[in-house]
Ligand binder design. Structure first.
Ligand code: SAM
Length: 344
């Protein structure tokens, strides 16, 4: 399969468009110039032709790839996929605009109808696609069909799967916050796990130190995966989480956490402290020296433009002590923050 185009697209969280544009200008400004912008979607034009393995590699881009342009009809989508005839690709159909609290089931039903219709048209032409929930392997082609509001054209893109790219359509796992979850952080943790690709059997029975655990949304998710959690926070925990025998609350600041409170080793270090990244990283570095976790899920808060501007500096600092590989993204449930998943 050979395709090349000078156009690149990326989707992002609502509100992250300006910071994504700046980040791309900073790191790829010599190659790419902004071409087109819609809410949660930007395209750029390159001075050279790019192939499917081109990686925009921007921490704010949820999905990125080659832009194949706009389509008014499903038939036009098919026409543009002619170069992919003979390739069994993954068909990822997803909404371009996504609310912070997740895409509703009604919206997904509409999206799935479009996918089904595209599949019927493809079937008729003998175009083969991978099963809907199959995870792309490195090198696999993914066709990104991004749906706007009713009268808007469809945005079409394509990328080749690679390490660090989200395996799920639109980087949007279909998760609903359960009623018993004490906070939205349940969603963030579940989305981070979906991004990590770590299977459940590598979580169950393992130990976690969680910094900034109150009121306990993420703790609940970790416990539901069968993990044993030591949570650190000065704030109170939700009563339902607190009574779980696999949970221990150290009601103190991460700064006051001396070695004697921690086991020699834990499997995972999780952090969601609302602290500026340099402070949070200082604590994490010290705690990691003790517990030597082989996996991490770290939320870095960027509450102002200064922290946003310094985020690559913070990531460099984290790279010095985080397990490999380290992958960075802005999850669908993240606000002005990013998520780092480290370890294999
Ligand atoms: C966004 S909330 C965490 C939400 C939590 N992860 C959940 O799942 O519900 C941020 C938390 O960081 C905690 N925090 C801030 N500074 C901290 C510190 N130095 N040590 C421990 N926790 C801290 C706050 O008390 C607050 O509960």
């Amino acid at each position: 399969m050979d395709i090349s185009t000078p156009f690149v697209f990326a989707t992002c969280r609502a509100g992250s468009e300006p910071v994504m544009k700046c980040d791309v200008a900073l790191h790829q400004g010599k190659l790419l110039r902004p071409a087109f912008m819609r809410p949660q979607f930007i395209t750029w034009k390159s001075d050279e032709l790019l192939g499917g393995s081109y990686n925009l590699d921007c921490i704010y881009a949820r999905v990125s790839g080659l832009s194949l342009g706009m389509c008014r009809t499903h038939e036009e989508v098919l026409q543009k996929l002619t170069p992919f005839l003979g390739t069994t690709f993954h068909l990822h159909v997803f909404p371009r605009e996504t609310p912070e609290d997740g895409v509703t089931m009604e919206k997904w039903a509409d999206v799935d109808q479009v996918r089904e219709h595209l599949m019927v048209l493809m079937d008729a032409q003998g175009i083969k696609t991978q099963p809907m929930n199959a995870r792309p392997k490195n090198g696999d082609w993914v066709i990104d069909v991004m749906l706007g509001e009713k009268d808007e054209p469809i945005m079409l893109g394509a990328h080749q799967h690679a390490p660090g790219r989200h395996p799920i359509a639109g980087a949007l796992p279909r998760l609903q916050l359960p009623e018993e979850a004490p906070s939205r952080a349940w969603l963030k943790l579940e989305q981070a796990l979906a991004f990590s690709g770590w299977s459940d059997d590598t979580l169950s029975g393992r130990s976690v130190v969680e910094l900034g655990c109150a009121p306990g949304g993420a703790t609940l998710a970790l416990l539901q995966h069968g993990m044993k959690v030591i949570g650190v926070d000065t704030a109170p925990m939700d009563a339902f989480v607190l009574e779980n025998p696999q949970f221990k609350h150290l009601r103190m600041s991460a700064g006051a956490l001396s070695e004697s409170f921690l086991p020699d080793r834990v499997d995972m270090l999780v952090s969601d402290m609302n602290l500026a990244p340099p402070v949070a990283l200082h604590y994490l570095d010290r705690i990691q020296k003790r517990v030597r976790a082989s996996r991490m899920i770290i939320t870095l808060k960027m509450n102002d433009e200064e922290m946003e501007a310094r985020i690559h500096e913070s990531l460099k600092q984290l790279r010095r002590f985080a397990p490999h590989p380290m992958r960075v993204t802005q999850l669908a449930a993240n606000r002005r923050e990013i998520c780092v998943v480290a370890g294999s």
